[in-house]
Design a protein around this ligand. Structure first.
Ligand code: G6P
Ligand code: MN
Length: 449
């Protein structure tokens, strides 16, 4: 059987232990020849590399080569798959993305609103540079990109690589939500076939079909939520922290106001920005929660593994190192390789899938995915409320990318003014000036503040 060469771009990411453990779990369906961790910061990925060495020694002797490098020429040569999750500016900039908007009384979130905008403008130049390099060295590689904020990153990749069907932009939020529906109904998310529409972090489930019977389970899920079902702590890194649990539980509030479809969690920032700001502490955001919780948790675990020089037989063994995020990415990769044509939610060019929306918009919809890439499942026209919401957000996304590419501060101001979490030109201008200052050297151009 052919072996595949895979590079993980963003090798220092905190999500990589699960990614590597899942790589092992998929070795039958997706055998690896060379596996590469690539990061611009070699020191940051050292701990991930040490973990990988132990894990692969114990569980993956068939792997030909495992390397970690900060050299793109080494990392991207002769690659079949690039799995990409970069965080431009690292956690230091995440803190600013969250705290600067809050100083202006605006939502402070890493992917939504003014913070997501700043992050997007940092990500785009780096994502484009990396994909350009991958294409130079591995023109046929599949690129599975989940670098955030995926909506405007996808808008930029569509423009720069318009015909490249092997770049797939994805997000794990809907699948994480489905995992929680499965918990609620006492089944597995693999029992579901979703139908979904929107932009990234800005969409709705129209149906959640039972894969075997075809029954639409969405009405039952809605009823449970409306009857007061509450999500508790989950068993994944993602669901161990209070702020995420609260976000999951806001889905019921959204549903009470807008009962037609099951909402994505991120809609809370757009639908209730004032409530979100009122409940935020400008000095203690998700950034701080991560630095106090997830980071030390993951590092402690890795240090214990490195100390013991073993994964097998320890409490950190393979079956305990898993995540929806990682499983989803490998399910997608194997659906491509084995032409399984399973359904995934992918961010693709609309092209009439949602008939009454701009054909060029990058929409997140259900697609069958096989060896020739994603094939979106067409939908009925969407209602006025959803169309209005999506079109204004899409205009914001386009203007943000226009402003970056054309080095046009006026368009950046237009973008932020349109963003529902802001909606006020005075506040948009004030926060933009602060973001320009904080992002000096990142946006690929100097915008005079
Ligand atoms: C979800 C989203 C991702 C986002 C992540 C943030 O998985 O789909 O796009 O990066 O949440 O989680 P964090 O634990 O970093 O707040
Ligand atoms: Mn996401």
């Amino acid at each position: 059987m052919k072996k595949y060469n895979v590079v993980l771009v963003g090798g220092g990411s905190i999500r990589n232990p699960e990614m590597m453990a899942t790589l092992v779990r998929y070795k039958e369906k997706f055998p690896i020849g060379r596996f590469v961790l690539y990061d611009i910061d070699q020191k940051r990925q050292e701990i991930m590399a040490q973990y990988g060495q132990i894990l692969f020694r114990e569980y993956y002797p068939e792997m030909d080569e495992f390397i970690w490098t900060d050299d793109p020429d080494v990392a991207f040569a002769d690659i079949d798959f690039a799995l990409m999750q970069i965080r431009s500016g690292n956690m230091e900039m995440r803190e600013k993305d969250e705290k600067i908007p809050l100083k202006h009384g605006l939502v402070g979130q890493e992917t939504c609103g003014a913070g997501g905008f700043a992050y997007g403008l940092r990500s785009i130049p780096e994502v484009i540079e990396i994909i350009t390099k991958i294409r130079e060295l591995s023109p046929e590689a599949w690129i599975i990109n989940y670098s955030n904020p995926a909506a405007i990153v996808a808008e930029a990749t569509r423009r720069v690589f318009p015909d490249d069907y092997k770049i797939l932009n994805i997000c794990d939020m809907p699948i994480a939500i489905m995992e929680r529906y499965a918990e609620m109904l006492g089944c597995s998310r693999h029992d579901f076939e979703p139908r979904y529409f929107g932009l990234n972090h800005y969409g709705w489930f129209t149906h959640v079909y039972d894969k075997k019977t075809g029954e639409d389970l969405a009405p039952r899920i809605k009823q449970c939520l409306l009857d007061g079902y509450t999500f508790g702590l989950g068993n994944e890194e993602h669901t161990l922290d209070a702020s995420w649990i609260e976000t999951y539980n806001t889905m019921a509030d959204i549903l009470r106001d807008f009962p037609e479809y099951l909402p994505n969690t991120y809609l809370k920032y757009y639908l209730y920005p004032n409530r979100v700001v009122a409940h935020s502490d400008p000095n203690h955001t998700r950034y701080d929660e991560i630095m106090e919780g997830k980071y030390p948790r993951v590092h402690k675990k890795l240090n214990e593994i490195i100390e013991a020089n073993a994964v097998r037989g320890t409490k950190y063994d393979l079956e305990n190192t898993t995540s929806v995020h990682a499983s989803y990415i490998f399910e997608l990769a194997t659906s491509i390789l084995n032409n399984e044509n399973e359904i995934f939610l992918i961010i693709v060019k609309n092209n009439g899938t949602i008939p009454n929306l701009d054909p060029d918009a990058m929409v997140e919809v259900a697609c069958r995915v096989g060896i020739n890439g994603p094939e979106p499942l067409s939908m009925e026209p969407i209602g006025t409320f959803y169309k209005g919401m999506i079109e204004s957000q899409h205009a914001y996304e386009r203007l943000a990318v226009d402003g970056l590419f054309e080095k046009d501060k006026g368009k950046l101001l237009q973008a932020l003014t349109l963003n529902r979490t802001i909606s006020d030109a005075d506040r948009a201008r004030a926060v933009l000036d602060d973001l320009i200052e904080a992002n000096k050297g990142y946006w690929g151009a100097d915008f005079c503040a």
